[in-house]
Design a protein around this ligand. Structure first.
Ligand code: ZN
Length: 152
């Protein structure tokens, strides 16, 4: 087996450039709580239907929990009923990076933050959701921080 596990790939993007907001794993352990660290840095997955943003419908921007980079907007969020927050497109193509993930015996596409390299979730295509892209960015709530566009 030559497949590397996500999050152990090293501190560079697939194109060889570095993540500007990268930290050492020791620094991440200080900055993140254990559950955040397990998902963001060890490519874990939160239990379905437990995340705070799964059925969240506020208007605003979702940022990376680790580095605060803007990742997704609420107007691209849709109800997939899959148990995790789902978006049909990222905020911009350059807010995330996509990596082949062969863990668990499946070929999936992993989604990571383009600024810090942290694991966010996976993207699936062609599932038939009535969205403009027919893609589902399936993102762990624990990887996100929601910022309302209007302060209440
Ligand atoms: Zn980040």
């Amino acid at each position: 087996m030559t497949h590397s596990t996500p999050a152990a790939d090293g501190p560079v993007r697939p194109d060889g450039s570095s993540y500007p907001s990268a930290r050492t794993e020791e620094e991440w352990r200080v900055e993140l709580n254990p559950e955040e660290y397990r998902v963001l840095r060890a490519a874990g997955t939160e239990a379905p239907f437990t995340g705070r943003y799964t059925d969240h419908h506020g208007v605003g921007t979702y940022r990376c929990r680790a580095c605060q980079a803007e990742l997704f907007r609420s107007d691209a969020k849709f109800d997939s009923h899959c148990g995790w927050p789902s978006f049909f497109t990222p905020l911009a193509g350059d807010s995330i990076v996509l990596l082949d993930d062969s863990s668990l015996g499946m070929v999936r596409t992993e989604v990571r933050c383009r600024s810090c390299g942290s694991h966010l979730g996976h993207v699936f295509a062609g599932e038939g959701y009535p969205t403009p892209t027919d893609e589902r960015y399936c993102i762990n709530s624990v990887c996100l921080t929601f910022e309302p566009s209007v302060q209440e």
